[in-house]
Write a protein that binds this ligand. Structure first.
Ligand code: PHE
Length: 358
């Protein structure tokens, strides 16, 4: 019994003295492990006579649970202390400045599409969209460009692999097919603009295989060339923010409009520099015309009752002119330095309504 008391004293002291979880585990092994003191004492019971064994057994069992409890209690204390120490050491300094956020910017293409959309929406246009992959009918035939028409050659079309009947889909070469979808699906009056991607097999400083256009279409009973001119003159002057910007309509040809006109704005070219505004030179910026009656009929619209005008322009070209961007290819290179230089802060984007100076 004295041995047991001594063992209790030693172990209790060792537990109190253990100042880390590792040291405490050492004490546990020395007492309760396979070769630990208490385990050994249990084994010793077998050699005792039954009378002594009962009493000694109870004492050792009591010691075993007493020591186990003491170890558990000490373990809980040490864990809390260790956690406290770690929290102290890893303390977060909430007064440190926040890590700077890298700010994105609006791509000039998105900016210019938003600006143009805002201008036309204030005039009462709504935005329409159509598929990038088109049927030949929508991109060409319905627009009065039949299979042998020379205008097909000018479009450098990307065709998709042929289908079994030899019929091939294509990537739209302009946004004009959305005129056809709209006229097939809705009755006049129609007043839409169509911003979107277009594709032509061409690549140099002024051509990219993918580029953007904005199309416009107005169809109603009394629409005439005066409406076309007024709408586009207002658009050009608002877009370039110049009340006296000269705008010229030059006779041209498109199969889907008759008569057709290309629209030029005034500029000056001096020493390789281009200035937009009243000057001695002209810059072509868009194509337009009165919707060819054949196109109206192709869409099931009575051309004796309805007339319309349409226009189409390249978004990149307008962006290059307005913001002095010299090379078209840079629009699609995703060069961060270029984007930081030519991009727009999101707050500078005018809303769909308002945000414009007029
Ligand atoms: N679709 C023509 C083009 O891509 C532009 C245009 C549209 C011309 C509508 C007249 C009317 O060149």
């Amino acid at each position: 019994m004295d041995d047991i008391d001594k063992l209790r004293g030693d172990l209790t002291q060792a537990i109190a003295a253990a100042d880390t979880l590792d040291a405490l585990d050492g004490v546990r092994v020395s007492a309760l492990g396979k070769k630990g003191a208490i385990t050994q004492a249990m084994k010793g019971l077998g050699a005792m006579d039954p009378e002594d064994r009962r009493e000694a057994g109870q004492t050792i069992n009591a010691l075993k649970s007493e020591i186990s409890d003491a170890i558990e209690a000490r373990k809980a204390d040490l864990s809390t202390a260790e956690l406290d120490a770690r929290l102290m050491a890893e303390k977060v300094d909430v007064s440190l400045p926040a890590r700077p956020e890298t700010e994105g910017s609006i791509h000039p293409i998105s900016q210019v599409i938003d600006e143009m959309t805002a201008i036309f929406c204030e005039m009462g246009f709504t935005v329409a969209e159509g598929p990038d992959i088109e049927e030949d009918w929508y991109n060409f035939t319905a627009l009065n460009i039949p299979p042998e028409h020379p205008a097909r050659q000018e479009h450098d079309t990307f065709y998709l692999p042929g289908e079994t009947d030899g019929h091939r889909k294509l990537l739209r070469t302009h946004t004009s097919p959305v005129q056809i979808h709209t006229m097939q699906d809705t009755k006049p009056p129609i007043r839409i603009i169509v911003p979107g991607r277009t594709y032509r097999c061409d690549y140099d400083a002024t051509h990219s295989p993918m580029f953007h256009q904005i199309e416009g279409l107005v169809v109603d009973e009394t629409i005439n060339m005066g409406h076309l001119k007024g709408c586009l003159i207002d658009f050009c002057r608002t877009m370039f923010d110049m009340d006296d910007l000269p705008v010229r309509f030059r006779p041209s040809y498109f199969p889907f409009t008759e008569p057709s006109a290309e629209v030029d704005i005034g500029c000056t070219k001096k020493d390789g520099e281009l200035r937009i505004g009243a000057g001695d030179d002209w810059l072509e910026i868009l194509g337009s015309g009165m919707v060819n009656p054949r196109v109206l009929e192709n869409c099931g619209i009575d051309s004796t009752k309805y007339q319309g005008f349409a226009f189409g322009m390249g978004v990149e070209r307008i962006a290059m002119l307005k913001y002095g961007i010299p090379d078209l290819r840079t629009f699609f290179e995703s060069d961060l330095r270029w984007l930081r230089h030519y991009g727009f802060k999101s707050l500078e984007v005018p809303g769909m309504v308002g945000g414009l100076s007029r």
